[in-house]
Design a protein around this ligand. Sequence first.
Ligand code: UTP
Length: 284
Amino acid sequence: MFPVAGLGTRFLPATKAIPKEMLAIVDRPLIQYAVDEAREAGIEQMIFVTGRGKTAIVEHFDIAYELESTMSERGRDMRVLDATRATPGDIITVRQQVPLGLGHAIWCARAIVGVEPFAILLPDELMIGRKNGSGCMKQMVEAYGEVGGNLVSVLEVPHEEVSSYGVIAPGELRGKLTEVRGLVEKPAADKAPSNKIVSGRYILQPEVMRVLEAQGKGAGGEVQLTDAMAKMIGTQPFHAVTFDGRRFDCGSKTGFVEATLALALERQDIGAEVRAMAERLLRG
Ligand code: UTP
């Protein structure tokens, strides 16, 4: 499930008419990175929780008839569009009419989720696995095969940075897996139970829908997923998977620019040129 109904206010005016998830890191929109990550993990059905002004996201995975016929008449390489092709029926959309929060967006898809566990990917958190390593969701699916239950992906950050994030209270530690005993949203650095921050990828049991159903608004007047997950801890197995890779917070301007630079520098086709350009710019 890809909740993409947020307003993206931190990116205005860019996101007034264009969904935040369609902003591109080099030449791939954020939603494409997230869908590719899900596919790599073996996920075939994609649920988009959309809202008004978000139709470009669904169009992106449709056939662009005029573009494709013109490109093919001109003998252009069509492989550039490969990742945008969806198997018919594999993309399902549901609308969140009012952006009442991430928890509410997820609850809007309850009829599609039904009685099975499901994965959530927040596309504005760009998760890049190590070179030749697995992506974040694949690492989580592997961990799910071991422990089942509910999983969140976490990253370790310097202690002084935890106060902007959801943080886990850790229990038993086993390799990349940490038992989750509690979740705290944006704790003060000296009160944080760990330096492991929750980072935009989840595998949850469908019972979370019932918890969300009964839940009122939390911080910021929004229905918070963190609150629902916190209620499930202790009633169901809950673990965190430490992601082996890098995360870019592309919902923020600096994170977006960092991701653009980092991925551009690593590209075979433009990396060397970008490096030379960056060095020129830094020299002034
Ligand atoms: P954010 O907290 O980044 O909010 O949401 P936002 O609205 O997208 O952006 P800002 O803070 O105004 O700049 C995290 C994820 O949850 C989705 C967003 O689309 C994003 O993927 N979301 C958030 C919803 O789908 N619905 C909501 O009501 C809120």
